[in-house]
Design a protein around this ligand. Structure first.
Ligand code: C5P
Length: 485
C-alpha cells in the first residue's frame, strides 16, 4: 500500500507500509480495526494529528460508522432496534465471548453499536475482534487522548439510546452501585441518562454473596434493568449454578422490551395510601393534630398512579390538591381513616404514610368547653386510636405488600425495626423528624428502607423523588413476587 501524503508540507512524499517493521504494522492494523476503518485511513489520521490538523470528525463521532445490518439481517431488521444507538459495555468475565454474538445480533436488528471494554474485558476478548464485529471504533481507555478528542466519554454516554452491560461482573456492578467512575466503562455509565440494561455473569458463589445481592438490589432501585443470570453449567469446567450470562437473544429481547412503550408496570394492581395528619376533636371548635403536611403521602399516591396502579388515597386534612388520577377520600379522624382504608380493600399494595393521632379524647364534648374560672383547666382523658397499619397488616384481606412509615426523633432504626415486627408490615420507611431535619412540612426527606432483608440508606431527596424511588422498589417487588391480594 502506498499513501500519497498530499496534505502535509512535503509536496510529494509517499510512505510504503510494506517497509515498516512487523510490530508497527500489527499495531496499525489493530488501531484500524478498533476504529472500524482501513489501515490507510488510520495512517492518514495519525499523520494529520501529528502535524496538528484535526482528524475528520464525521467519521468517528456518534454512531455513523457503525450502521447496522452489516451482517445478514435474517429477516430481523424491521425489529425494535432499528436506528437505536446502543453502547455495549463489555466487562471482564469469561462470558465476554458471548458479547461478540450479542453485538452481531443487535446489529442484525438495525442497532447502531459502539463498544466500551474494561481493561479486564480485554483479557478475554480482543479489541480487534470487538471492533471487527461492531464495525466501529472500540473505546477502552478513559485517558485515550484521541478517543477523548473525537468522541469523549461524556458524549458517548449522552448520545446513545441504551447502554447494555454484558457481561456485568460482580466487580463492575459493585463499582456502578457505588457511583464510581474510575475507568471508561463506569464513567460512561455514571454520565449516561439512557436506560441501562445489565446482564450479570459470574461464578454462582459470587452471585449468591450478600454483597452482590445488595449491589443488584441497589442498581434495580436506581432504575436499571437486569436480565439473567441463568442457572446451568458455567464456562469453568465442573461449575454449575446461577450465574451464567443470559444468551445473546434473551439480552436482545430485554433490550427491545425497554424500547416498547410500557403499560404502567403496576397496571392491574390496586393500592391504598394514607396521608396527612388526623384531627381528633376535643369539642366542636378544638382538635388535637400534628404537623404532617401530607406532601410525602400525596407524592407516593401520585407516583403509584403514574406507574399504572389504581390508587385510593385516604387523606387527613391537608392544604394540597388531590393528586391527578387518584381516587381521593377526605377524612378527619383516625376512625374515619380506618373505615375508608378498610372500604378500599382488597388491594395488593398498602402504603400507610399518614401521621395518625395515637390518641383521641374520650368522648367529644357536645358543646364548646368553657373556661372554668374556679376549677382551673380541664383534664382531658385520652383513649387510644385504632392502629390502621396494624389492622391492614393483620386483615383477612391483607395486601401482598404492606408498607408503613416510622417518623422518629431518636434511635431511628431500632424503633423502625421494632415497628416492622409489632405491626406486621413488610417494609418500614423510617425518617428522622427531629426538629433540625425539617421533614415535617418540608420538601425533602432522608429515609431508610427497613425490611427483613436489612436496612437501605437513601440519600436526602425531595419528597417526589422519595416517592419515585419507593415506587421503583414496589415495581421491582412485584416483578419478583407473584401477586397476592
Ligand atoms: O406507631 P407509629 O405511629 O409510629 O407508626 C407509624 C406508622 O403506623 C405509619 O405508617 C402510620 O401511618 C401508621 N399508623 C397507623 N395508625 C395509627 C398510628 C400509626 O396506621 N393509629
Amino acid at each position: 500500500m502506498v499513501i500519497a501524503m498530499k496534505s502535509v508540507s512535503v509536496p510529494r512524499a509517499s510512505l510504503t507500509v510494506r517497509n515498516l517493521d512487523a510490530a508497527t504494522k500489527q499495531a496499525l492494523r489493530e488501531r484500524a480495526a478498533r476504529a472500524g476503518h482501513s489501515m490507510e485511513a488510520e495512517i492518514r489520521q495519525l499523520l494529520e494529528q501529528a502535524v496538528g490538523r484535526e482528524p475528520a470528525m464525521v467519521s468517528r463521532t456518534g454512531f455513523e460508522g457503525s450502521a447496522g445490518v452489516a451482517v445478514s439481517a435474517g429477516g430481523n431488521a424491521a425489529a425494535g432496534l432499528a436506528g437505536k444507538r446502543i453502547v455495549v459495555v463489555i466487562g471482564g468475565g469469561i462470558a465476554a465471548y458471548k458479547s461478540l454474538d450479542l453485538i452481531r445480533r443487535l446489529r442484525e436488528r438495525g442497532g447502531l453499536v459502539r463498544c466500551v471494554m474494561t481493561p479486564a474485558a480485554q483479557q478475554f476478548v480482543t479489541a480487534l475482534a470487538t471492533g471487527a464485529v461492531s464495525g466501529s471504533q472500540v473505546f477502552c481507555d478513559l485517558f485515550d487522548r484521541a478517543a477523548e478528542h473525537d468522541v469523549g466519554h461524556v458524549r458517548l454516554a449522552r448520545e446513545c439510546d441504551l447502554v447494555i452491560v454484558a457481561p456485568a461482573t460482580a466487580n463492575l456492578m459493585a463499582r456502578i452501585a457505588l457511583g464510581m467512575a474510575n475507568d471508561l466503562a463506569t464513567a460512561v455509565l455514571l454520565a449516561t441518562r439512557a436506560p441501562i440494561l445489565l446482564a450479570p455473569a459470574m461464578n454462582p458463589a459470587m452471585w449468591a454473596n450478600p454483597a452482590t445481592a445488595r449491589n443488584v438490589a441497589r442498581l434495580r432501585a436506581d432504575g436499571m434493568a437486569v436480565v439473567g443470570p441463568e442457572t446451568g453449567e458455567m464456562a469453568e469446567s465442573g461449575e454449575a449454578g446461577t450465574g451464567r450470562m443470559s444468551e445473546p437473544l434473551a439480552i436482545v429481547a430485554a433490550a427491545e422490551k425497554l424500547f416498547k412503550p410500557q403499560p404502567g408496570p403496576l397496571r392491574g394492581l390496586r393500592a391504598v395510601v394514607t396521608s396527612g395528619p388526623t384531627h381528633e376533636p376535643v369539642d366542636p371548635v378544638r382538635y388535637i393534630a400534628n404537623r404532617s403536611s401530607g406532601k410525602q403521602g400525596h407524592a407516593i399516591a401520585a407516583a403509584l398512579a403514574e406507574a399504572g396502579a389504581e390508587v385510593v388515597l385516604v387523606s387527613g386534612p391537608v392544604n394540597l390538591p388531590d393528586p391527578p388520577g387518584v381516587d381521593t377520600v377526605h377524612v378527619e379522624t383516625a376512625r374515619q381513616m380506618q373505615a375508608a382504608v378498610e372500604k378500599a380493600l382488597p388491594a395488593q399494595i398498602a402504603v400507610m404514610v399518614a401521621a395518625v393521632a395515637d390518641w383521641r379524647t374520650e368522648g367529644e364534648a357536645a358543646q364548646k368547653m368553657k373556661k372554668q374560672v374556679a376549677g382551673g383547666p380541664p383534664v382531658l382523658r385520652m383513649v387510644e386510636n385504632p392502629d390502621i397499619l396494624k389492622g391492614v397488616a393483620n386483615h383477612p384481606m391483607r395486601p401482598g405488600l404492606v408498607i408503613g412509615f416510622a417518623a422518629e426523633t431518636e434511635r431511628l432504626i431500632e424503633h423502625a425495626r421494632e415497628k416492622l415486627l409489632r405491626k406486621g408490615a413488610d417494609w418500614i420507611v423510617a425518617n428522622d423528624v427531629s426538629g433540625p431535619s425539617g421533614v415535617m412540612g418540608g420538601d425533602v426527606n432522608t429515609v431508610r428502607l427497613i425490611s427483613p432483608a436489612g436496612v437501605e440508606e437513601w440519600p436526602t431527596l425531595d419528597k417526589a423523588q422519595v416517592a419515585q424511588q419507593l415506587v421503583e422498589r414496589i415495581c421491582a417487588h412485584f416483578r419478583e413476587t407473584p401477586v397476592t391480594a
